[in-house]
Design a protein around this ligand. Structure first.
Ligand code: HEC
Length: 130
């Protein structure tokens, strides 16, 4: 009986984590009120583009639509950065996601400095459609 209950528990846990991976990714609230110190800074944008090409493009693609060379290996797919889904989020929400990652999206809290994360967000804003 004890074994059965724990097996059931594991199954529930597994199906829960599987479904949470495909659901929309919501940034944690307490971290969504940061101010982007580099907003509209052209130098930051140029630096951000470099970082994006070097690090993010392999998955998200150079134009950000999610068609990078290794994008096919992932489920869910690397997000389209030109989409409303991404562009409607605040800089602060994007900052939080880039910092923490989820699943196949790496966490860049260690790899990129705060400044570099804001720089890359400046480039993501440039990718907005039209
Ligand atoms: C190894 C592949 C890979 C690399 C490299 C990568 N990403 Fe991602 N990224 C993903 C995947 C896959 C997702 C979708 C994750 C999910 O929804 O669980 C994602 C999601 C995101 C999201 C969340 C969009 C949303 O709201 O759903 C942001 C923002 C993002 N990536 C930015 C970046 C930035 C900036 C870089 C470079 C510094 C980067 N990514 C590098 C694979 C990658």
């Amino acid at each position: 009986m004890v074994i059965k209950v724990s097996t059931l528990f594991i199954i529930i846990l597994l199906s829960y984590s599987a479904s949470s991976q495909t659901s929309d990714w919501i940034a944690q609230l307490e971290s969504t009120n940061l101010i982007n110190p580099l907003k509209g800074d052209t130098k930051a944008l140029v630096k951000g583009k470099k970082i994006y090409y070097q690090i993010c493009a392999i998955c998200h693609g150079r134009t950000g639509i999610g068609d990078g060379p290794s994008s096919k290996n992932f489920n869910p797919k690397p997000v389209d950065h030109t989409s409303d889904k991404v562009q409607k989020q605040s800089d602060s929400e994007l900052f939080w996601k880039i910092t923490n990652g989820r699943g196949d999206m790496p966490s860049y809290g260690q790899l990129l400095s705060k400044k570099q994360r804001w720089q890359v967000i400046e480039y993501i804003r440039l990718l907005k459609k039209n």
